[in-house]
Design a protein around this ligand. Structure first.
Ligand code: ATP
Ligand code: MG
Length: 563
């Protein structure tokens, strides 16, 4: 899929929205209630953004509500840091759960009661088999599983053991509570799945109150039922779990009956959207942190300068379907450019400076020239940039012996300096190593503002520049794809990591107006791309991140280097 093939959808339409519309029209529900149910075991990534935009989006569109619910059933992997980050990121993306913040752990007492309910109904039993034994008797896709020797325990014994599990009498893994469904079921999820496991671990919210925790599968559907979720939207890998959720809802006195609908998860080229791999990238020091601008996390994208509107636009463009696919990173960047092009102020910055001395410009003189803040938006106003005898231009805008199609600076060539003057290069000064260190140029006073002179002379290139006396030094970080493969190997991902995923330029020169840019505020460095100040910036030491270049370079990223 390329950006030009997809028009931005006005009112989004997809199979989920069709189902909801039909349910509301047929009065099967008075209102729509959805939820976004993250496990607080990592930061949110752009795949989660798809789910967030869908769940909060349909609630908004159909006048319903969307809950934020932490599925916090696994205390060994969950942390308060993740809970805080998730709330921050959902808000940043532009959504609000109002009063509706919930946790699966809010329901631990109710879930426990329901587990006893199943035991009393003869539909759950305590199993003493070891982990290995449980795995070995589960069967395979082609072979049925084997019944546990503890499957026929009577209700009293099961209740007694389950209560003693709760009371902390047993070690981790000594026993589990299983649903009694069918060890020969074709769907492995129905082969007496685990409902409760013993875990002597402190929970971020319930502390040491519990030493048994419900399985994700036991908590999920019941939590939806407690909250009155009408449409329980999740990704395709849970399709096979639906029969289990339905079995549980059928066999428990739940207050409502949610229906689950599955959609395809987002996969994005040249990155990974697996919390496990993202966690390993952070823990293994392959990136600096969860908010490293190379990460596909919302925190990383934010730090990189991606506005939330760009992510929402991207999610709208990719739509919601049932077939898994890999979306081209170029499409995300298209949405980022679209959003930033409208809002980012234009500025001049020289990333790899080459000194220019204007020989016929008087030493000690300088003047202010007017520069537009946005070419298509007069309301954005103008700023003044200072011009003087010594300037910096981009090193790559000069070539001593240029090939035919190079129209920028070279000895004898005249170019326009944006908003300033025409300048002509006379000579390139070299150091002892033969490297060009300075250009000696002249300017034409009759071209002030960059205008064509009275003789009508034309130039074929317009360059950005900064005044040497006024420019502020800065570090600029350029980002390339984190991985070299369109679909990195999630197993041995280290081999697919791009060794050139960040390029740090430490000797950049920015026009002074940029020293006032605030963290996260997007700017366009003319001819270079969109950038934003990084929180690492300190007074006197600016650091900028490149959010995205001006053109689509994804066609040629295979080399691992940006074009
Ligand atoms: P885990 O492996 O830890 O379960 P997860 O990515 O599924 O990782 P959750 O916190 O369970 O993380 O996800 C919350 C919600 O986001 C779920 O409903 C899940 O289906 C959805 N989601 C996760 N990844 C994607 C993705 N790549 N595209 C769309 N939705 C996603
Ligand atoms: Mg999950």
């Amino acid at each position: 899929m390329t950006a030009t093939e997809t028009a931005p959808a006005e009112a989004a339409r997809d199979f989920i929205r069709d189902i909801i519309r039909a349910d509301l029209d047929a009065k099967r529900h008075k209102t729509v209630v959805t939820r976004f149910p993250p496990e607080p075991n990592g930061y949110l990534h752009i795949g989660h953004a798809k789910s967030i935009c869908l769940n909060f989006g349909v609630a908004e569109e159909f006048g319903g509500r969307c809950h934020l619910r932490f599925d916090d059933t696994n205390p060994t992997k969950e942390e308060q840091e993740y809970i805080d980050a998730i709330e921050r990121d959902v808000r940043w993306l532009g959504f609000d759960w109002g009063q509706h913040l919930y946790h699966a752990s809010d329901y631990f007492e109710q879930l426990y009661d329901w587990a006893e309910h199943l035991i009393r109904a003869g539909k759950a039993y305590v199993d003493d088999q070891t982990q290995e034994k449980l795995r070995a008797t589960r069967g395979t896709l082609t072979e049925p599983g084997k019944n546990s020797p503890w499957r026929e325990r009577n209700v009293e014994e099961n209740l007694d053991l389950f209560r003693r599990m709760r009371a902390g009498e047993f070690e981790n893994g000594a026993r589990i509570l299983r649903a009694k469904i069918d060890m020969a079921a074709g769907n492995i999820n129905l082969r007496d799945p685990a409902l409760y496991r013993i875990l002597h671990a402190s929970h971020p919210r319930t502390g040491d109150k519990w030493c048994i925790y419900p399985s994700y599968d036991f908590a999920h559907g019941q939590s939806d039922a407690i909250e009155g979720i009408t449409h329980s939207i999740c990704t395709l890998e849970f399709e096979d779990h639906r029969p289990l959720y339905d079995w549980l809802l059928d066999n428990l006195p739940v207050p409502s009956r949610p229906r689950q609908y599955e959609f395809a998860r987002l996969n994005l080229s040249y990155t990974v959207l697996s919390k496990r791999v993202l966690t390993e990238l952070v823990r293994g020091g392959h990136v600096k942190a969860w908010d490293d601008p190379r990460m596909p996390t919302l925190a990383g994208l934010r730090r990189r300068g991606v506005p939330p509107a760009a992510i929402r636009d991207f999610v709208k463009r990719i739509g919601v379907a049932k077939a898994n696919s890999v979306v081209d990173m170029g499409l995300l960047e298209f949405s980022i450019r679209e959003a930033l092009n409208k809002t980012a102020a234009r500025r001049m910055a020289v990333l790899r400076p080459l000194k220019v001395v204007i020989e016929n410009y008087p030493a000690g003189k300088s003047e202010e020239l007017e520069a537009a803040n946005h070419p298509d938006d007069a309301a954005a106003g103008v700023r003044r940039v200072r011009f003087g005898r010594e300037l910096y231009v981009e090193r790559e805008d000069f070539m001593e012996s240029p090939p035919k199609k190079f129209f920028r600076l070279s000895p004898g060539r005249e170019v326009r300096l944006r908003y300033a003057y025409f300048i002509k290069c006379r000579e390139a000064v070299k150091n002892a190593a033969g490297e060009v260190i300075e250009l000696r140029c002249s300017y034409d006073p009759e071209t002030r503002g960059g205008n064509t002179p009275p003789d009508g002379r034309k130039v074929q290139a317009t360059l950005h520049w900064v005044s040497a006396a006024d420019a502020v030094p800065a570090e600029v970080r350029l980002y390339n794809p984190l991985f070299t493969q369109t679909v990195p190997n999630a197993g041995d991902f280290a081999a697919d990591l791009n060794p050139n995923s960040v390029e740090v330029l430490t000797d950049c020169r920015l026009e002074p107006a940029l020293s006032k840019a605030k963290a996260g505020e997007p700017v366009q460095f003319e001819r270079q791309g969109y950038f934003c100040p990084d929180p690492d910036s300190k007074p006197g030491r600016l650091v900028f991140n490149r959010t995205v270049g001006l053109r689509d370079t994804w066609a040629k990223v295979a080399s691992g280097k940006d074009g």
